[in-house]
Every structure is written in structure tokens, then in C-alpha cells.
Design a protein around this ligand. Structure first.
Ligand code: CP
Length: 310
């Protein structure tokens, strides 16, 4: 069955069948990545542009690696070395890039809605690599892939998302994806960092991190996004850590093993203590490894290529 969409703009409205197809396809690519030569000719002849208007380490490098592992041709765009600095608009930029004959665009932008806008400017398939506070679908897919790998299921799994929910595109995509796949979701953080209309998601909400830890199988811990928020949403970083920081002592009080996730980058000692981030019950680096396989799957399924995976 092909994917029921031309673009990946977010997980809102994406069916369980499509999410399952992306995760199953990623399983095949995850095996390919363990081979001595982790490369297949599947997307030979396709050209992908990585259009990054915001900084990124994990997403940009894993998309680049995914494209190379699939034998696609890829080009990287960064604003600092582009004619955006001379005032060129986003529409002109993408239309000029498409005139050079490209097939797919991976886009990260500080403004929500940019991936959708690009679908109206060009014919290429668009993949959202994070748009403002809106969605980061491939992050949620790699998170779900990592959970499925660890627990063998998503259905009924209890995932607590802790921290700066209102500014987080990772939270947005995770809530949508996890709920579609039958997981239970709890949001935990200061009231000032909770979306005003949080009830619409149909999730549980708490401001007590001990409650969230007692309830959850998994904590997905988020970074405080200082670059996206106005001042005064919580008193100090020290106070945030005291109220919401994930520490070994807090986890030990729960008397059960809890899996720790974080999309990165981590602010060690603020939302997550260093010894927890590096503990054997943390899957943070597994998330990063799985990100390459998941992005290979998305590129493959949207690339419209008839060749078999291997
Ligand atoms: N998780 C994530 O999006 O990290 P980067 O900003 O480094 O891509």
C-alpha cells in the first residue's frame, strides 16, 4: 500500500495505517543500517534539497545521512550563506531552487505553516523538519519507532511529556501520533507552559511531576525553549529544576523502571539531570540512531520510487 499523502507536513490527520507503514518501512531500513555497507540504490536519480532556516544538529544531519544511504543526490541550503541575506523572499528562493530540477524539499523554519506554504509554490514533495511551534513529524515518528522497538507496542503505553509543552512542536506531533496509535498521553509542566486549549487533545494534564512519574511507563522530557517564549513564564531555571527537573532521586521514589526520552538538545541540570540522561534506562541516543532509519522510510515512501528497498 502506498502512503496516502504526497507531503509530510505534520501528523494531524495522518491515519494509523500510514503511521504504521512509515514505522514498518523504517524497520527494514534500520536493518540495512547495520550492514557493512549501509547503502542502497533505492532513490538513485532523485534530488533532495535540505532547506534549513533554523539551526539543527540531529534533524539536518540525519536527513543528509538518510539521503546518502538511499543514493539520492542532496543539496544543503543554509540562510547565512544564501541570498536570503540580500532580501530574497521564501517564495522566490524555493521557486529558483525548483527551477534547477529537484524532487523533494526537507524544510525547517521558525514560522509555523511554512511547509504548507511551500506546497503551494512548487511541485516537489515537501517534508516538514520542524515549523515554529507547530509540528515536527519525523521527530514523533522516530520517538514512536524507538518506543515500539523497546516495548513491542504503542497501544496502551503510558507516555508523559514533561516541560515546555506550549512552545514545543515535538509535543504537538507526539501527542497527535501517540493518540492515533492508541497510546495514553499525560502532559506535565508549569501552567504557564501549557497550551490554553490543552483539553482539545483529550490527554491527561498535571502540574505535579511526581504524579506524572508515578503514572508513566515513559517520560519524554522537553527542553525549555527560551528562544520562542517571552520572559516571566517561570521564576528561574533553578526553580524550574526544583519543581520539574527529572532527577535520579525522583525516579527512585517511583520504585519501577521508567524509560527516559529527550528529543535533544538537552539542557543538562535543568529539565534533566546528567546521570539520568546517560543512564541505561535512557534511550536518547537510540532515538538519534533510529532517526536515520525513520527519515529513510519517509524519503522512500514520498519519493514515489517503484524500486524495492534492498
Ligand atoms: N530534535 C531536534 O529537532 O534536534 P535538532 O534541533 O538538533 O535537529
Amino acid at each position: 500500500m502506498p502512503l496516502q499523502q504526497k507531503h509530510l507536513l505534520g501528523l494531524e490527520g495522518v491515519s494509523a495505517a500510514d503511521i504504521g507503514l512509515m514505522l514498518d518501512t523504517a524497520t527494514t531500513f534500520r536493518e540495512i543500517l547495520e550492514r557493512p555497507i549501509p547503502k542502497v540504490p533505492t532513490l538513485r536519480g532523485l534530488t533532495v534539497v535540505n532547506l534549513f532556516y533554523e539551526p539543527s544538529t540531529r534533524t539536518r544531519i540525519s536527513f543528509e545521512l538518510a539521503e546518502k544511504r538511499l543514493s539520492a543526490d542532496s543539496v544543503n541550503f543554509t540562510t547565512s550563506a544564501s541570498s536570503v541575506k540580500k532580501g530574497e523572499t521564501l517564495k522566490d528562493t524555493i521557486r529558483n531552487i525548483e527551477a534547477m530540477k529537484i524532487d523533494m524539499v526537507v524544510v525547517r523554519h521558525q514560522a509555523a505553516g511554512v511547509p504548507h506554504f511551500l506546497t503551494q509554490c512548487v511541485q516537489a514533495a515537501i517534508i516538514n523538519a520542524g515549523d515554529g511551534m507547530h509540528e515536527h513529524p519525523t521527530q514523533a515518528l522516530l520517538d514512536m519507532f524507538t518506543l515500539r522497538e523497546r516495548f513491542g507496542r504503542l497501544d496502551g503505553l503510558r507516555v508523559a511529556i514533561i516541560g515546555d509543552i506550549s512552545h514545543s512542536r515535538v509535543a504537538g506531533s507526539n501527542i497527535r501520533g501517540l493518540m492515533t496509535m492508541g497510546a495514553e498521553v499525560m502532559l506535565c509542566g508549569p501552567k504557564t507552559l501549557m497550551p490554553r486549549d490543552v483539553e482539545k487533545f483529550g490527554v491527561q494534564v498535571t502540574c505535579d511531576v511526581e504524579d506524572a512519574i508515578a503514572w508513566a511507563d515513559v517520560l519524554n522530557v522537553l527542553r525549555i525553549q527560551l528562544e520562542r517564549q517571552e520572559a516571566g513564564l517561570f521564576p528561574t531555571m533553578r526553580e524550574y529544576h526544583a519543581e520539574f527537573g527529572i532527577t535520579r532521586q525522583r525516579l527512585e521514589r517511583a520504585k519501577k523502571e521508567i524509560t527516559i526520552m529527550h528529543p535533544g538538545p538537552i539542557n543538562r541540570g535543568i529539565e534533566l539531570d546528567a546521570d539520568v540522561a546517560d543512564a541505561d534506562y535512557s534511550v536518547i541516543l537510540d532515538q538519534v540512531t533510529n532517526g536515520v532509519a525513520v527519515r529513510m522510510a519517509v524519503l522512500y515512501l514520498l519519493g514515489g520510487n517503484e524500486e524495492s528497498v534492498s
